[in-house]
Design a protein around this ligand. Structure first.
Ligand code: FNR
Length: 369
């Protein structure tokens, strides 16, 4: 369908399913084991209800915000998703260029199809970029990569901590890996590619399962970028991240692709925020809490913000947008979200992001806490 008939982020998924190769669809859409967690990521948002306030003069509403010191036109960033060229020949550059035009922040994946430098070269001067990091068994490779990113102006390092081993995504595993040029180029020292177990497993054997809390000071010693742990699920680990001197965490289950039946980030948010409040001021200017997983509507984002998130990550929504329509698809996705923010914030009675407060949601049905 023509792009102007796309009315919401779900529509991109329907189109992507028809235009992607079976291999790409399997890699992008799959989640681990019985795919319970990916279902819950969506379902959790539907258990939170709004408590809209009225008569607040909502003539002008502003949903722009600041994410880790960077301006963002939306309280949303593009979360890292690997292998963009499986979906579109321009791969991740679709996101970079659309993000530049719309003032949105992209998190570059370690396993991007385009090289890191190609992506940074495609960005505008001063366009804020984040980097997602998979930590290599060879720390020298990781150190070079991180320091190169900092030199090229990346603002924050999101270390993925929920993937010491990649989950079993069985839809993907049924597809054989063929090196057709979409693969990630950045990881040298990756010799033992297993080609009979799907895309994900073929590209991930370099990831170091020995990564531990002891490594955090080492990261701090090699970079001045903000350090965020991506894939935190419990108050215990949120506190450890805070005490380790990280600048934030992402409550994420990797889009349901790692430990199946892990709870959704949204469900974990209330307890984690409560735990962090015992440790310092709230909102804490030095420690941000992000959420991702299942976000497809501005209303989802507003629920997470009301419950204490600084901003929210979207993976598949944008991935399906560029797979279907390239850069223009991503731009359309941003415009759709913009329209949804305007309407939802007016109807909610919040004129800016600071006015999206806990009292604006009823989360009593979300989960036991
Ligand atoms: C991901 N995600 C991911 N995360 C990460 O830290 N490193 C990675 O390489 C990838 N790759 C990746 C590929 C694909 C195809 C998907 C769908 C996801 C997880 C991603 O950053 C984010 O946590 C989820 O995508 C959020 O859930 P939604 O928005 O896809 O529902």
């Amino acid at each position: 369908p023509p792009l102007d008939e796309i009315l919401n982020l779900h529509d991109f998924e329907s189109v992507a399913k028809t235009v992607l190769t079976p291999k790409a669809w399997a890699y992008y859409s799959s989640a681990s084991d019985d795919e319970i967690t990916i279902r819950e990521n969506r379902a959790a948002f539907q258990r939170v209800w709004f408590r809209p306030r009225i008569l607040r003069d909502v003539t002008s509403v502003d949903w722009s915000t600041n994410i880790l010191g960077c301006k963002s036109s939306l309280p949303v960033y593009i979360s890292a998703t690997a292998l963009g060229k499986l979906g579109h020949p321009d791969g991740e550059l679709n996101l970079t260029r659309a993000a530049a035009k719309h003032g949105v922040i992209q998190m570059i994946p370690t396993l991007a199809s385009c090289s890191f430098d190609e992506i940074v070269d495609a960005a505008q001067p001063n366009q804020p970029l984040f980097l997602q990091l998979y930590v290599n068994k060879d720390r020298e490779i990781t150190k070079k990569y991180v320091q190169h990113a900092e030199k090229r102006g990346v603002k924050a390092l999101f270390i993925t901590v929920d993937a010491p081993q990649l989950g079993r995504r069985e839809k993907d595993m049924r597809m054989k890996f063929v090196d057709d040029g979409a693969g990630a180029k950045v990881q040298e020292g990756q010799k033992d590619v297993k080609k009979d177990q799907g895309v994900a497993r073929a590209i991930s054997s370099f990831i170091d399962p020995s990564l531990s809390w002891k490594d955090i000071p080492w990261f701090r010693s090699i970079t001045n970028m903000h350090i965020i742990l991506k894939g935190v699920s419990t108050p215990e680990d949120a506190i450890l991240a805070y005490e380790a001197g990280c600048q934030g965490i992402v409550l994420s289950n990797h889009g349901g692709r790692q430990l199946d039946t892990a709870r959704s980030g949204l469900e974990n948010l209330i307890d984690i925020v409560a735990a962090l409040k015992t440790k310092g001021p709230w909102p804490n200017p030095n420690f941000s809490v992000f959420v991702d997983g299942g976000v497809r509507r501005a209303s989802d984002v507003l629920k997470a913000i009301a419950l204490g998130a600084s901003a929210v990550g979207i993976g598949r929504g944008f991935l399906y947008a560029f797979s279907s329509y390239g850069q223009e698809g991503v731009e359309r996705a941003f415009e759709i979200l913009r329209d949804e923010f305007e309407m939802n914030m007016r109807l909610l009675g919040a004129r800016n992001i600071r006015e999206v407060v806990p009292d604006m949601v009823d989360a009593s049905a979300l989960s036991a806490h």
